[in-house]
Each structure stands twice: as C-alpha cells, then as structure tokens.
Design a protein around this ligand. Structure first.
Ligand code: SF4
Length: 151
C-alpha cells in the first residue's frame, strides 16, 4: 500500500533549520510499501530554513499558527496541509506516518505554543485534516507497535 510520510523522516532536508529527521526504521518499509513524502510547511510556501512555528491556539475550528517572532503563518500551514492532502489522495495513500510533535505533522501531542519545548495534547494542522477524513495517522515513534511490515 502507499503510505504518506513526513518528508523529513525520509532524510529530506525540509526541517525549519534546514536539517532532517531521518528514521532508518521507517525507511525499511519501502521494501514492502510505497512511501510518499510530503512536507506541508514547504508546500504551503514557507522557505527552508525558516523560523520555527507552533500552534498558539486551536479554539473551535479556528487554528492559529505563529512563528517564534510572532508572525501569523496560519494561512501557509492550512494551504500546505491542503496540498499535502491532495497528494495523499492522488497517490491513493491509505495511512500516514508523520513526525511527532510538529505543528503540521504531530499526532496526539504537539508543542504547546510557548516555544519552550513544552507539549500539550493536540494534532498538527495536516495530521488533524487527515484524521477528520478518517485516515489512520501514526508517528515514527509508534512504528514498533504498528508492526506495519505485516500489513
Ligand atoms: Fe517534517 Fe512535517 Fe515539519 Fe515538513 S512540516 S519538516 S514534513 S515535520
């Protein structure tokens, strides 16, 4: 099956600091599955490197993402998530494995908007969009429990 994956987990230098989050364990899945990389933040038009951003509020349906210096980048995050969603659909992906705690890709737990490394319950913008469509979303930290190679 095709699996949508955070590009940085496959070693692509899409991170805010120009680096990546290569996950060798995840890369092994390519022997049995198609891995489709997406980076919602780049797809939304943000540059690399870029200022780190966090979700500062997500009351009701209104989501607000700001950079560390206070610039509102909500539009870019939402637009990027929509493009990544389109890629997910075009490639007939059946699930997603995304970078833990990211304001775009995090699932279940994300940074809390204080830029102190503190975390809170919640989903990144792209992860939330996927879940709203019923897509199973996992982080790279859940790979072992997934036993996906047997899927
Ligand atoms: Fe990785 Fe997602 Fe951040 Fe892009 S938006 S660098 S794919 S965690």
């Amino acid at each position: 099956m095709n699996i949508c994956v955070s590009a940085c987990l496959l070693g692509l230098c899409t991170k805010y600091d120009g680096g990546h989050n290569m996950c060798e364990e995840l890369l092994k899945l390519k022997e049995k599955h198609g891995l489709i990389p997406v980076c919602p933040e780049q797809m939304g038009g943000l540059s690399t490197p870029r200022e780190p951003s966090e979700i500062v509020s997500s009351d009701s349906d209104e989501i607000c993402v700001k950079t560390k210096n206070g610039k509102d980048v909500s539009r870019e995050f939402i637009h990027g998530a929509q493009i990544a969603m389109r890629v997910f659909e075009i490639c007939s992906c059946e699930m997603a494995i995304l970078k833990a705690r990211s304001p775009s890709c995090g699932s279940g737990i994300i940074y809390d908007g204080s830029f102190t490394g503190s975390k809170t319950k919640g989903d990144g913008v792209f992860a939330k969009m996927l879940k709203e469509k019923g897509v199973p979303v996992y982080t790279e930290e859940e790979l072992k429990s997934l036993e996906i190679s047997e899927v």
